[in-house]
Design a protein around this ligand. Structure first.
Ligand code: SUG
Length: 437
């Protein structure tokens, strides 16, 4: 049986508000806002530290090198790096923003993981997301691929696949559209693959793009060799996407035998929930489904508060903690739902609120920042330890952030070559630090 290793994206020194993500209301609303890379990274690190202190295995994914000069060169910019930055800033600022994005911090989009016990191969399956729906995010895929191959290199334990083909038909956003429900007392599990678009779809989104494709979900099930009994394809509700639920994890979250979701999360939701109950009936621990009705808590409120993007954590002593964004404390309706979650018959025993404002302002809550990996003891021992958090690593990272990150960053700072040098120095020092022990 497995436990969960959470890998959080360590926020990069280039964290900024580029307004890059169409359909992500916070990202568009905060376009050009002053960011604080230092605060963003420290907030993310504190989240990891909370998990570590609870006794949950915790690791991190280092920031990716930025800006991506290759893309700027491919787009025809020539000259010295300084000249390229100046020209791009003047004539194609949106391209420069894309090349500078720190979006790899949202680790839920880094990959889709299948537990070894859910795969006929008996190996942990990893497919990095191609993120091909948004330019700035598509740049993450090659480095994410290298990351997994390097830190999950034991071929006897892990199968690291390449990302799916980079085409709209295969658009894949990683674990943000995947929920693994499982019986905590056995290896029984059900992997929900939730897609937003399909060539044959009748009901489509009107306003915002649907990012995850059905073909990608089907391909992942095939390549990860998940038996039919352990997988279920579900369509996202186009209405939810059009209201700003660009990933399913903005309206639903699940862990072990608990699924918390908004009434509007899935298409044909009633039927899906009946299927879930039927297909988990033989589990030793029953599946708890808590569906929050739209009349009690509107979809708009769900998306503003990001309540469903909370992170569920199975506590070593039993029960679950719901790690919710601080923003959930700002409305009475959200507070009321939190109370209902605590009182209802489900595994949640505690709710904790956390300040992740820097990430939230780009549409990334607690669940976006982590990739949840169901892992056995043997597999955990096979992960390269330099990405795992412990007290020493936490202190090192804190100091490293404080030393190298700017307090403030504006979009016009992106033309400043000094920032390129600062990022380079910071990432080289991080690499050295990780190599040492
Ligand atoms: O892809 N925001 C990310 C947020 C990802 C949240 N992840 C999950 N829901 N799992 C996105 O929309 C904004 C970047 C900017 O505008 O600068 C951005 O990419």
């Amino acid at each position: 049986m497995s436990q969960i290793l959470n890998l959080d994206g360590l926020v990069g020194p280039n964290h900024n508000y580029g307004g890059l993500a169409k359909g992500n209301i916070a990202s568009v609303k905060n376009t050009g806002k002053l960011s604080s890379p230092k605060q963003a990274a420290l907030q993310g690190l504190e989240k990891m530290w909370i998990l570590y202190r609870l006794g949950i295995p915790q690791g991190f994914i280092p920031p990716q090198p930025r800006p991506n000069f290759c893309l700027l060169q491919a787009a025809g910019f020539r000259g010295t790096p300084q000249q390229i930055l100046q020209q791009a800033f003047k004539t194609a600022p949106e391209l420069l923003e894309a090349c500078y994005s720190a979006s790899s911090m949202w680790a839920a989009n880094s990959a889709t993981i299948t537990a070894s016990s859910d795969s006929l191969t008996n190996k942990l399956q990893i497919t990095p997301a191609n993120l091909q729906n948004q330019l700035h995010r598509s740049l993450e895929s090659p480095a994410t691929d290298s990351f997994f191959r390097h830190f999950f290199s034991d071929n006897a334990l892990f199968h690291c696949h390449s990302p799916l083909p980079s085409h709209a038909n295969f658009a894949d956003e990683g674990a943000a559209n995947h929920i693994r429900l499982n019986d905590p007392l056995s290896d029984e599990a059900l992997n929900l693959f939730i897609y937003g678009q399909d060539i044959s779809m009748v009901k489509k989104t009107q306003r915002y793009p649907a990012r995850q494709s059905k073909t990608a979900c089907e391909s992942l099930i095939r390549r990860h060799q998940i038996p039919h009994a352990k997988a279920l394809l579900i369509q996202q509700n186009p209405q939810a996407i059009d209201h700003g639920a660009f990933h399913n994890d903005v309206v639903a979250v699940g862990l072990n035998n608990f699924l918390l979701l908004h009434e509007t999360a899935f298409s044909e939701q009633e039927g899906i929930l009946t299927t879930l109950t039927k297909r988990t009936r033989h589990w030793q621990k029953p599946l708890f489904i808590m569906e929050i009705k739209d009349r009690d808590f509107s979809l708009k409120e769900a998306i503003t508060s990001y309540l469903f993007n909370s992170q569920l954590i199975a506590l070593p002593a039993g029960g679950m903690l719901l790690l919710a964004p601080e923003e959930c404390r700002q409305s009475q309706a959200t507070e009321k739902v939190c109370q209902q979650i605590l009182e209802a018959d489900n595994p949640v025993t505690q709710i904790k609120f956390i300040d992740l404002k820097q990430s939230m302002d780009n549409g990334g809550g607690p669940a976006c920042l982590r990739l949840s990996i169901p892992i056995t003891e043997t597999e955990l021992a096979g992960v390269n330890p330099s990405i795992l958090l412990n007290e020493k690593r936490y202190q090192q990272l804190r100091l490293w952030i404080t030393k190298h990150y700017r307090d403030q960053l504006t979009p016009s700072d992106l033309q400043d070559y000094q920032l390129v040098e600062e990022i380079d120095i910071a990432l080289t020092e991080l690499q050295n630090l990780m190599l040492k022990d």
